[in-house]
Design a protein around this ligand. Structure first.
Ligand code: SF4
Length: 374
């Protein structure tokens, strides 16, 4: 496969089957080359230890900042469309991890992108953001400490000024090369706004230089590369420097396809009622063999199994317990029916506890984010 065929597209959420190609074609570096350095100052998150966060650009600079006690910030965003599902949770787990390492957190609600690109009304975008995302973030453990949580439509004047300045350092040809020939006006605005989202924490009047890391899926790498180029072009004028990034694997959809907010059968929402969630999980695609005899003889294939992904990404935080689940599958000690029942039990327990925290978090959302006035 050539680089021409292997194109990343931030708006289509492609499934990436061959992560090695990302190292080869795009210059993303393997995460395992920085993990030991991180270990010298902090326990890596289990998503890092398990290779689910598999790549980075310049993350070593962020680790150096942590070691030296320098300021660093994490920037990420949410698209207020559809329900928050377990694929989304992975990013917030990382944000909370960094927040506990004293990072400043910049969390943008992309209500303008939802309006322009996804055609979602302003009211719906605002309500979905607060009810389906912010309340879940609080329930997952997001703290108010060092937190800048804002709507794209309702933020600081200096952020808007940066959006206005960025076009001078970009060409339409670059945008077309990164996002395709059919990029429209709404997408152009979204790209420029996202660049400002990532870079504005370094502006002199907004706290000044700090290292920045952006945790993303590999489909978002075109945004990252362009943002790094723009930062470089503003280095003399505004003192901006290229952000670092980390890359995580996507969770598969329950049916083995891609997990997508527009296909409820492909995901389990964090607010799903446990009985429905279990029904969905019991139908999920597995790495099991055709018959029980075959499975006992050959073992299962956890690498291809959606249930195992739920274990590794969310339900089994203890590495040794996860290793046992992996080996039990691999050695044919367990059949998929029994394994799914165990996953269902863990999932039910998780959802009951999470939803209890979610109900308590809902009335608090306005303490975390200022509402746009229209
Ligand atoms: S035994 Fe469990 S982990 Fe293995 S393939 Fe079946 S469901 Fe997946």
């Amino acid at each position: 496969m050539s680089i021409v065929e292997f194109k990343l597209d931030p708006w289509s959420h492609v499934m990436i089957k061959d992560y090695e190609k990302l190292f080869q074609y795009f210059g993303i570096r393997p995460f395992n080359e920085v993990i030991n350095k991180l270990k010298s100052v902090a326990e890596p998150h289990y998503l890092m230890r398990r290779g689910i966060i598999f790549g980075h650009r310049d993350f070593d600079r962020v680790v150096d900042a942590i070691i030296r006690g320098e300021r660093f910030a994490v920037v990420t965003g949410l698209m207020p469309s559809g329900k928050m599902h377990f694929g989304h949770k992975m990013v917030i787990d990382q944000v909370i991890y960094y927040q506990r390492l004293d990072a400043e957190i910049y969390l943008v609600i992309a209500d303008i992108e939802a309006y322009n690109v996804r055609r979602i009304s302003r009211d719906d975008a605002i309500n979905i953001a607060l009810r389906d995302y912010v309340a879940n973030y609080i329930a997952l453990g997001l703290d108010k400490k060092n937190l800048h949580l804002y709507f794209q439509s309702n933020y600081k004047i200096k952020y808007y000024r940066l959006i206005q300045l960025i076009p001078r350092k970009l060409t339409l040809a670059e945008l077309r090369a990164a996002y395709g020939e059919d990029i429209d006006v709404g997408k152009v605005i979204s790209v420029i706004t996202q660049i400002a989202d990532i870079l504005h924490p370094q502006l002199k009047d907004l706290g000044g230089f700090k290292h920045i890391v952006v945790p993303v899926g590999p489909d978002q790498d075109p945004h990252i590369r362009l943002t790094r180029d723009v930062a470089q072009r503003f280095n003399d004028e505004l003192g901006l420097t290229p952000p670092s990034s980390t890359y995580h694997r996507f969770m598969s959809g329950l049916d083995g396809g891609k997990m997508s907010s527009s296909r409820p059968e492909s995901y389990i929402s964090l607010n799903e009622d446990p009985a429905t969630a279990v029904q969905k999980l019991m139908k999920a695609f597995t790495g099991g063999r055709a018959t029980a005899e075959e499975q006992k003889k050959l073992g299962g294939e956890p690498e291809k199994c959606v249930v195992y992904e739920f274990y590794a990404y969310h339900l089994i935080p203890d590495d040794e317990e996860l290793r046992r689940a992996y080996l039990d599958c691999k050695l044919g000690n367990v059949l998929c029916g029994e394994c799914k029942l165990k996953a269902a039990e863990l999932l039910t327990k998780y959802l009951i506890q999470h939803n209890d925290r979610y109900e308590k978090a809902l009335p608090k959302v306005s303490e975390y984010v200022e509402m746009p006035d229209f």
